[in-house]
Structures are given as structure tokens and as C-alpha cells.
Design a protein around this ligand. Structure first.
Ligand SMILES: *[C@@H]1O[C@H](CO)[C@@H](O)[C@H](O)[C@H]1NC(C)=O
Ligand SMILES: *[C@@H]1O[C@H](CO)[C@@H](O)[C@H](O)[C@H]1NC(C)=O
Ligand SMILES: *[C@@H]1O[C@H](CO)[C@@H](O)[C@H](O)[C@H]1NC(C)=O
Ligand SMILES: *[C@@H]1O[C@H](CO)[C@@H](O)[C@H](O)[C@H]1NC(C)=O
Length: 346
């Protein structure tokens, strides 16, 4: 898992112009190639995005971008009392980046915390697309029946972005990690240590959409979904020395609390052999630069975790419902932490 997990958050990125950075880059490029070869050899037949929703296969599958949009529209019609669908912008190829807001007063500005989940930042890590929809369905079904569901809907605004990288997901012949301009979106944000991404106008459309969204909605906390490992990763992802040393933020203990909350509510994450307690500081795992997590914290006052949800990057679709049951409590507790404990940005 060490290797494959290195590739999921890592891969194809810039690490500064230090010698260590160069070595990391070379290693990562090698791993990236291995990874691409592996992806090609797996070539799941469930990845076809060309099928129209009507022709979609019966049974569990990862919904393509059209099906996803249809499911979101369907949801907002059935659950209109607690939801609102909006787009935060378009992908490189013009696919809307849909976000679903869940609240008893969706679209209304209230003095309540806001939380976001972002899925599918890497096109070849699809699980988050389905998990956020399952979460939405669960909340709609259990609102006013289950106390957690009711608390979430009544006391905060939950924003769900199933796919940050719909182009990478729909890439032919295989889904790819990067966006349509072959940029790893988790290396494209301005970084606190290196200036390479400082020019905001040159960021990818997906990155800019997220940055504007974070500035517009003042999120208290958030998480983005990845696969390739099973661990809750917290800031900082980078350090100046470009080494695998802890790089902690002023809110280190809050982050540790949130990451632990997630890991401890999952049946096996906290028993990890690789990561003590199922959590890790980002830089300690391996440093990365231009990531979304640190930008959220430094520029959005938003406490963001990077959640590695499953060791296999593309879990067979038959496993989606099992993965949902395994992660449900963790997801709910993380969202609830914004109202039950006074989690706040710095
Ligand atoms: C939503 O989808 C269900 C089936 O999943 C269907 O029965 C229903 O008619 C759809 N509703 C809307 C409003 O599209
Ligand atoms: C996305 O593209 C559509 C047309 O394809 C356009 O109408 C819309 O304004 C775009 N959205 C943003 C936020 O740029
Ligand atoms: C962590 O930093 C110390 C110096 O502060 C250094 O000696 C050590 O090699 C670093 N560890 C790694 C893994 O780079
Ligand atoms: C970060 O916080 C945790 C939990 O409070 C603590 O155990 C750890 O020592 C802290 N790390 C640093 C480097 O301060």
C-alpha cells in the first residue's frame, strides 16, 4: 500500500526546485507511470461515460456525468424542502461543477456553520461521487426521524460537490487523475512555501471555481474524498524543507481531533498498520505543494481534511453500498462536529 498510497495524494506534482524535490519528482513520475499502466490493465467496463442515462446498466455502477446531473435534479425535486442545486462553475470541457446544498433553509444566509464535502478531485478516484449522493438521500429520508439527520439539516448548511473533476472521470479510454489539461488539481492551488502557483489567473477552471466558492461561502470545515489508502490526513501537506517531517498548523490539536473522530468512527481505519490511529499529518506522510487542503485552511479559514477512503482507487461498484455503511458514521460525525463541538477556523 505504501507505494500506491504515495501515488494517490502524490504523483505528477512539483515539489520545489530543491534536489530532494527533484528526487521526489523523479520517483513520483516513475510511480505515476506504474500507476497508469495498472489502470490500463484493469480497464473496468463500468467506466463508460458515453451511455445515456436511459441505457445505463442495471445494478450498481458509477454514474456518468449525465446520470449524476439527472440524479441531482431528481433529488432536488423529491427533497426540495431541504435542498438546492447550483453550479460553482464549469470544468475545462464545459461540464457544470454541480453542488447540492442541504439545509432547512437552502440558499438562505443564516448564522449557522457551513460544511462541504468534495468528491472526485482526481478523476480516477470515483467513490466520493456516489457517497455524497448516498449521504444526501440518507438525510432526506431521515430528516425529522433521526436526531443526527435533523440536527444536520436544521443547524448547518451542508454543501456537497460530487465531482470536482468530471472531465478526468469521463476521459477516454480510461478515467484519469488529472483534468482535461492534464493538470493534477491537488497541485494547482497557490502554496504557502513556493510561488509557482501564485498567479491566480493561470489556475485551472476547476481550481478557480473552488477558490471562488470557498471565498463566497464561509465554510467552517470540510473534507475531500480520495482513494488509494485508508487514512484521515490533516494539514499541513507541505513544509519548507521538502522532507517527511511533521508540518503542523496552529490548529494542530483541532485537526488531530477531527481526523481521529473520522478514523475512530470507521470500523477499521483507526487500526491501520501503516498510520498510527488511522490519521497522519500530510507532510509526515510525504510533502506536497499546491494542494487544496492547505489553501482551504490558510485562505478560507476552513478546517479541511483529505480523506483516503479505500485502498483500492476504483472499488468495484458492487462495493459502494458496503463502503457507504462503513463511512456513514464517520461522515455524519465530522459534519456534526461543526455544531456539537465549537470547531472554528483561526
Ligand atoms: C426520480 O427517480 C425515480 C427512480 O429512481 C423515479 O421513480 C422518479 O420518477 C424520479 N423523479 C423525478 C422527479 O425525476
Ligand atoms: C458554464 O457554461 C454555460 C454554457 O455552457 C454558461 O451558460 C455558464 O454561464 C457557465 N458558468 C460559469 C459559472 O461560467
Ligand atoms: C526532520 O528534521 C530534522 C531536523 O529538524 C532532520 O534531522 C531529519 O532528517 C528530518 N527528517 C526527515 C525524514 O527528513
Ligand atoms: C499535534 O497535536 C497532537 C494532539 O493534540 C499532539 O499529540 C501532537 O504532539 C501535536 N504535534 C505537534 C508537532 O505539536
Amino acid at each position: 500500500m505504501g507505494r500506491s498510497s504515495l501515488v494517490t495524494r502524490g504523483g505528477g506534482g512539483w515539489s520545489g526546485d530543491h534536489r530532494t524535490g527533484f528526487m521526489i519528482l523523479a520517483l513520483v513520475a516513475l510511480l505515476c507511470r506504474l500507476d497508469a499502466t495498472l489502470a490500463e490493465s484493469l480497464s473496468p467496463d463500468t467506466m463508460d461515460d458515453a451511455a445515456t442515462p436511459r441505457n445505463a446498466p442495471a445494478g450498481p455502477h458509477y454514474r456518468n456525468n449525465l446520470e449524476l446531473e439527472e440524479a441531482l435534479r431528481n433529488f432536488t425535486q423529491r427533497c426540495s424542502h431541504i435542498s438546492k442545486l447550483y453550479s460553482i462553475g464549469n470544468s475545462t470541457l464545459g461540464v457544470p461543477l454541480w453542488a447540492l446544498e442541504i439545509s432547512d433553509k437552502p440558499g438562505v444566509s443564516e448564522p449557522e456553520p457551513a460544511f462541504k464535502f468534495v468528491g472526485n478531485m482526481h478523476g480516477d478516484e470515483p467513490l466520493g461521487r456516489e457517497l455524497v449522493l448516498l449521504l444526501a438521500e440518507w438525510l432526506c429520508e431521515n430528516y425529522l426521524k433521526d436526531s443526527s439527520a435533523t440536527l444536520i439539516v436544521d443547524k448547518l448548511h451542508l454543501h456537497l460537490l460530487p465531482s470536482m473533476n468530471p472531465d478526468g472521470f469521463a476521459a477516454k479510454p480510461n478515467p484519469m487523475r488529472n483534468n482535461a489539461q492534464n493538470v493534477d488539481l491537488n497541485r494547482d492551488f497557490p502554496d504557502q512555501y513556493f510561488p509557482a502557483n501564485n498567479n491566480e489567473g493561470k489556475r485551472q477552471p476547476e481550481t478557480r471555481a473552488i477558490m471562488n466558492w470557498i471565498r463566497a461561502v464561509r465554510f467552517t470545515a470540510s473534507a475531500s474524498f480520495h482513494e488509494g489508502a485508508l487514512v484521515a490526513n490533516y494539514p499541513y501537506d507541505g513544509n519548507l524543507a521538502v522532507n517527511q517531517n511533521c508540518s503542523v498548523s496552529p490548529d494542530n490539536s483541532t485537526f488531530r481531533y477531527l481526523a481521529g473522530l473520522y478514523a475512530n468512527n470507521h470500523p477499521s481505519m483507526s487500526k491501520s498498520k501503516e498510520f498510527v490511529g488511522g490519521v497522519t499529518n500530510g507532510a509526515k506522510w510525504y510533502p506536497l505543494y499546491g494542494g487544496m487542503q492547505d489553501w482551504n485552511y490558510l485562505h478560507g479559514n476552513c478546517l479541511e481534511l483529505t480523506l483516503e477512503m479505500n485502498e483500492n482507487k476504483w472499488p468495484p461498484p458492487i462495493k459502494i453500498s458496503q463502503l457507504w455503511s462503513e463511512h456513514r458514521k464517520s461522515m455524519l460525525e465530522l459534519v456534526l462536529s461543526t455544531v456539537t463541538v465549537s470547531i472554528h477556523g483561526f
